[in-house]
Write a protein that binds this ligand. Structure first.
Ligand SMILES: [Fe+2]
Length: 292
């Protein structure tokens, strides 16, 4: 059974009541293995963690991510840090030829990472290298509380639903993107079916695992009806009471459990400000449906 209480000696405050944890007085670059294990336990207990004022070089990020599991490679390899295929650059910056050096606006729209894969990533880590002075917040929604608050008849309706996710559908229906649909991309990213209600493998908590972007159909429903349902559920789950809005500072490290959260980036004035964040993923497992 997974630990459900973070060790008492870590100084922790919730990001919002009942969700997430800000961890104080830990310098991840110099932290020993025992301290890292406590940080990992806090992550699993709270669904998301924030540590501020960190100074993490790429090797430090790699050491830290390994404490959570095996790092996952990224879909768009062209934006990975040279020599670090597990570190992906989110940025509006350009190189000397005017070419983008990172993915820009990729994370806009409520979603869960890698939803178009059989085994979506377990967690996402973002580390802030350069931050805009305003805007560009990252929003996290607590899908477990949202599910638990549903009326029983709605839970019974949603529990068996299955969602068809497609990366190609996502790319084809965006008004901007940095992907190119190639045969290779299609072959490496076949469509997948996932449960709408996802059961957490550690302790059985259920999450309203709705998403946008990669959702192409809900099985057994016509598409009008399906997208009305998705819109309604996303409106529901993104009410203020379920959402933590993170305002970035340089040196912030934020990570969340994709099995029980939904997230989105937000826009900033990209003509006025520069942004650089490093993203790392940890491999996940096949989503578990509610037992039928
Ligand atoms: Fe994302």
């Amino acid at each position: 059974m997974q630990q459900t209480q973070a060790p008492a000696e870590l100084a922790i405050e919730p990001l919002k009541p009942g969700f997430g944890a800000q961890i104080f007085d830990v310098d991840l670059q110099s932290a020993d293995e025992e301290t890292l294990a406590k940080v990992v336990a806090a992550f699993h207990a709270h669904g998301a963690i924030l540590l501020r004022n960190q100074t993490m070089k790429p090797d430090d990020l790699m050491r830290f991510i390994h404490a959570f599991g095996e790092p996952e490679l990224h879909t768009q390899t062209k934006f990975c840090l040279p020599g670090y295929p597990h570190i992906f650059k989110i940025s509006n910056m350009e190189d000397e030829n005017g070419e983008p050096i990172g993915a820009h606006n990729d994370g806009l729209g409520w979603h869960t990472d890698y939803s178009y894969k059989e085994e979506p990533v377990m967690c996402t880590m973002l580390y802030a290298v350069t931050v805009p002075e305003e805007g560009g917040d990252t929003l996290l929604a607590d899908q477990v509380s949202a599910y638990n608050d549903l009326p029983e008849d709605e839970k019974a309706f949603l529990d068996p639903l299955k969602v068809h996710h497609s990366l190609v559908h996502f790319i084809e229906n965006r008004d901007f993107n940095s992907y190119e649909i190639t045969d290779e991309l299609r072959q490496e990213n076949p469509d997948v079916i996932h449960p709408l209600i996802r059961v957490h493998p550690a302790d059985g908590r259920k999450a309203l695992w709705v998403s946008t972007g990669t959702v192409k159909h809900i099985l057994g429903m016509d598409d009008d009806e399906a997208f009305k349902l998705v819109d309604r559920l996303v409106d529901y789950i993104t009410q203020d009471k379920y959402v933590f809005a993170h305002k970035w500072q340089k040196g912030d490290l934020l990570m969340w459990d994709n099995r029980c959260t939904l997230h989105t980036g937000t826009r900033y004035d990209d003509k006025k400000y520069q942004r650089m964040a490093h993203r790392l993923w940890v491999k996940g497992d096949k989503p578990i449906p509610v037992a039928e």
